[in-house]
Design a protein around this ligand. Structure first.
Ligand code: BEZ
Ligand code: FE
Length: 293
């Protein structure tokens, strides 16, 4: 094909993919090409701007390694991660909503018994969490696997700390016969997503801050139910309406009650202020009930 011009190029590129064996791959690449071309036409992209974009993506690649995934951060901050989460997790009313996974989950976190302290040395004000796992009809879900992970009071996950400190502020628990679980940890605080790289520079150029409102991450799995990946957000946080990754759902905001030093729910005497949190997680049955769009 010769003499390709600005009007004909999109269809000519798409025709080249007509023989692709995988129809889903063809559909996805067709969408990408159509939207990229439409975008370049719409903004009349200059060559200098195109090159700046290439440079930016190159920087995103260079800073990415096994501990830092700048591409996911880019997807998160552009709202793509939350969009994909929303598209793939439509649930009937009453189910706990899903939100972004984030980059700080770790496989094989330590297993804890109910009542244990998952902080494991992470800095922060003590927090006592109680929860329940139920199904849509209110039935208790026993033996659910509950993964929890959180940042410390300085805003860092254990995996962001220099040197191996082991698992801090993360662990796996199992719900009891009545669906309940409880553990000790530290009070969640708001923190900035990593912003010392190209995504941070992008946010700054766009007049955006990198902060996420205080939250605990949960992943809950039980046979007969869909896996739930979500957060519980701390009510009153100043970033609830401007989360850098667009993950807040009103239904996921909970009251972290603050207490003066004294006796904690587990009976221990706490000589600093501490907080308590209670939250019920409602799982969607699997196979899922149909949900209207
Ligand atoms: C998190 O909540 O851990 C997170 C989510 C998206 C980007 C960075 C961090
Ligand atoms: Fe987080």
């Amino acid at each position: 094909m010769r003499n390709v011009d600005e009007n004909s190029i999109t269809q000519i590129v798409l025709a080249r993919h007509a023989q692709a064996e995988n129809p889903r791959l063809r559909q996805i690449v067709t969408g990408i090409v159509e939207h990229l071309h439409a975008f370049a036409r719409e903004v009349e992209l200059t060559e200098a701007e195109w090159f700046q974009g290439i440079q930016f993506l190159t920087d995103v690649g260079h800073i990415t390694d096994e501990n830092r995934q700048e591409f996911i951060l880019l997807s998160d901050t552009l709202g793509l991660s939350m969009l994909v989460t929303a598209l793939n997790n439509r649930k009937p009313a009453g189910c706990t909503e899903s939100t972004v996974f984030g980059p700080f989950f770790v496989e094989n976190a330590p297993r804890y018994e109910n009542g244990d302290d998952v902080a494991n040395g992470a800095k922060g004000e003590p927090c006592f969490v109680t929860g329940r796992v139920t199904g849509l009809d209110g039935e208790p879900v026993a033996n659910a696997r509950i993964d929890v992970w959180q940042a410390d009071s300085e805003g860092f996950y254990d995996v962001q700390r220099e040197g191996a400190q082991g698992n801090r502020g993360r662990g796996t628990l199992t719900s009891l016969a009545d669906g309940s679980f409880h553990f000790r940890s530290i009070t969640a605080e708001s923190y900035p997503i990593p912003h010392d790289g190209p995504v941070g520079r992008m946010l700054k150029a766009l007049g955006r801050h990198p902060w996420r409102p205080a939250h605990l991450h949960f992943m809950i799995e039980a046979p007969g139910y869909e896996r739930l990946i979500t957060h519980v957000f701390r009510d009153g946080d100043q970033y609830l309406d401007s989360d850098a990754v667009f993950g807040v759902r009103s239904s996921l905001i909970a009251d972290w009650q603050r207490h003066e030093p004294g006796r904690a729910p587990d009976g221990t005497q706490i000589d600093t202020a501490f907080s308590t949190l209670d939250f019920t997680f409602v799982l969607n049955p699997s196979p899922a009930r149909p949900v209207p769009r």
